[in-house]
Design a protein around this ligand. Structure first.
Ligand SMILES: C[S@@+](CC[C@H](N)C(=O)[O-])C[C@H]1O[C@@H](n2cnc3c(N)ncnc32)[C@H](O)[C@@H]1O
Length: 228
């Protein structure tokens, strides 16, 4: 009896080939292109916005005790686009970018009437105009999709998008003593330690909150907010 191929194995193979070739982001385009052809499944495509983003947007702004006033927003590593569409639906003027041109094209096809500006761009070489340009920056599981040696650079790049008085929201899988061994992890993903989450307080950002949300290990998450 033959069993269906495990989609996670194909994803890990693509990632391993990219990483071995010192191209830590190349596999994302290969994965999204293969998904377009029905030859792969994008494992993080939830078909919906992240629940921790939905919850956060529904809360009053702690500083003002009022609903959050919508302004400009950018979604980092937007992938399928559901988080960007949620923000746009809340009135945010939203830009969303991904290193994979196929991911961006798929998001545009999925949401043909969108007001979101979807852009193919690399976090490590973003348009200069995005520097401190957004009232809200949403980073969900992009930094953790990169090898640990790139986390600091990626974190600083994300923080650099936040405008004066702006907010950064980070959601990431948690790497804690209770869910992960203390030594180096073999990714992807490379979940974030508390120290790595706190490191988003860089270049003038200060932490507002760092929360750990329990789930069944290893599905514990950080949700952290920072302000410039
Ligand atoms: C684990 S997925 C998360 C996608 C989305 N944020 C979500 O929560 O569904 C990581 C995403 O980051 C994108 N990505 C990885 N490295 C990137 C980079 N250097 N610049 C822009 N996007 C990147 C990948 O293509 C992928 O869509």
């Amino acid at each position: 009896m033959t069993s269906a191929p495990d989609p996670d194995v194909a994803v890990r193979r693509m990632a391993a080939e990219s990483l071995a070739g010192d191209d830590p982001t190349g596999w994302f385009e290969r994965l999204y292109a293969a998904a377009d052809d029905g030859a792969a499944v994008v494992p993080w495509d939830r078909g919906a916005p992240h629940p921790l983003l939905i919850d956060w947007l529904g809360r009053p702004d702690d500083a003002r005790g009022q609903p959050r006033p919508a302004g400009t927003a950018v979604v980092v590593g937007c992938g399928p686009g559901f988080d960007a569409e949620l923000l746009a639906g809340h009135g945010w003027t939203t830009t969303a970018f991904d290193v994979s041109a196929s991911a961006v094209a798929a998001a545009r096809r999925r949401f043909p009437d969108t007001t979101v500006r979807y852009v193919a761009a690399d976090l490590f070489d973003p348009p200069r105009a995005w520097r401190q340009a957004f009232d809200l920056v949403v980073e969900i599981m992009t930094v953790q999709s990169l090898p640990v040696r790139l986390h600091q650079r990626a974190t600083e790049a994300v923080a650099g998008f936040v405008a004066p008085n702006g907010t950064l929201l980070v959601v990431a899988t948690a790497r804690t003593g209770s869910t992960e061994p203390a030594g180096p992890t073999e990714g992807p993903p490379w979940p974030l330690t508390r120290e790595e989450v706190e490191a988003f307080a860089v270049g003038g950002l200060t932490p507002v909150s760092v929360e750990q949300h329990d789930g069944t290990p290893p599905f514990q998450h950080w949700r952290a907010e920072f302000r410039r």
